[in-house]
Design a protein around this ligand. Sequence first.
Ligand code: ADP
Ligand code: LRH
Length: 478
Amino acid sequence: DEVIKLLAVDLGASSGRVMLGLYDGKRIEMEEVHRFANQPVELHGHLYWDVLQLFHEMKQGIRKAAREHGTLTSVSVDTWGVDYGFIDRKGQLLYAPHHYRDQRTAACAPILEELLPPDEQFRLTGNQSARINTVYQLYADLEESPWLRETADRMLLMPDLFHYLLSGTAAGEQTIWSTSGLLAAGSAAPSAKVMNRLRLPLSLIPELVPAGSVTGQLLPALQEELGTGPLQVIAGAAHDTASAVASIPYGPGAETAAFISCGTWSLAGMETEQPVLTDQARDYGFTNEGCFGGGNRLLKNITGLWILQETQRGWAQAGEPVSHQEAVRLAAEARSEGYAAAVIDPDDVLFSTPGDMPGRIAAYCGRTGQQPPVSKGEVILTILQSLASAYAQTISELETLTGQGIRAIHMVGGGIRNELLCQLTADATGKEIIAGPAEASATGNIAVQLAALGAVKASALRELVAQSYTLVRYYPSR
Ligand code: ADP
Ligand code: LRH
């Protein structure tokens, strides 16, 4: 059988990567071609995507893959949710897209919320109201820069923008748009109420296409520059979490399984047929997003390993770098020495912006009458234990919301390389944990491309992933 070779570009906050997927008719094999930093750039107090540098890195990866592996069939980009760039009538990118941790939405959020209260945002869109959401960012941009109403022709969410830069075709992919706070719940169309109430121009929104659409070809000039043949550009499951969820290797009893995607963010949820729009879901802080193939992701965005990443960044800056492996070892040591970890709420606003995390953890502990962690191991264990507690609470809320007992939890994403986090999660939830794959977004990205190309049936993707990886199981220790 001929091997199909495809490229997934996965832009996470911990890094960007170009991954090669090899499909031989039975299994997917993933190979890392190129990994690069994906740090926001601060400019005059604002945070931006380094979009040109990322495009450059993407090209490096594609060139290298073509040189080393010959004919490639297709490429697809996935990124985190909510961020976007504007293009003008000539198709030029207007300015560097903002990063969602930028603070420009703070000033006008209260005005937006008067026009469209958070409860109503949730009822209309299924998305939990959050100041990082596209709707808040777009409202802020149009308030601050009214000229955009004239000059901006389209807004493209980040994967759409990269697909556009690669192919020249502008389209919006539905799973990434389902994170925006602009679409009507469970639909693939903007909510007229949201758009009207906030005076957002409908014309900015591109044509929306389902996950797994072949939208174009790599531009001829890029084919030549990068030494590829004709290469299809696919709008896969362009939201990284949608790709991660598409990769979950559910076994029998899928309806009783939850997932936790563990990266910079932790996304804990279940797949449901329809959005869950009850007051209880809203009050718990759940959101509803779209899946590849239709269906709904009922999940909670929990500030995840970001807190540990920032902690590590601070230590590295102070000349005391701690690697991921070292971090796990130090936390395990603190645990075996009997340190009873403090508990922080990872979603407290204290932890949402870049900065001194150990200092903020100490401040949080002071505020809540807890002994702050002292050693590095104690700080790390506090973060991991608090994440596990937040997961446990979310899983129990999911059981309440869906009326469904959860039997097992699939953990995916880079965070499963942290075995201690997996074990703490088994202990905190009392459930069986099935861990894998770690490169879930890239794997789901490749899998969805295979479906878009007609090489694999959409209904066979999960089995394909299960055949392709060794999964690791963790059980509650008590
Ligand atoms: P994102 O897609 O948001 O960039 P990933 O899914 O790649 O995130 O996960 C990155 C996180 O996984 C890192 O911040 C780190 O906490 C964790 N991680 C990665 N490798 C390891 C490792 N070898 N040991 C422990 N944790 C790891
Ligand atoms: C995870 C993620 C998450 C949210 C956030 C902004 O990487 O995509 O699902 O959308 O980033």
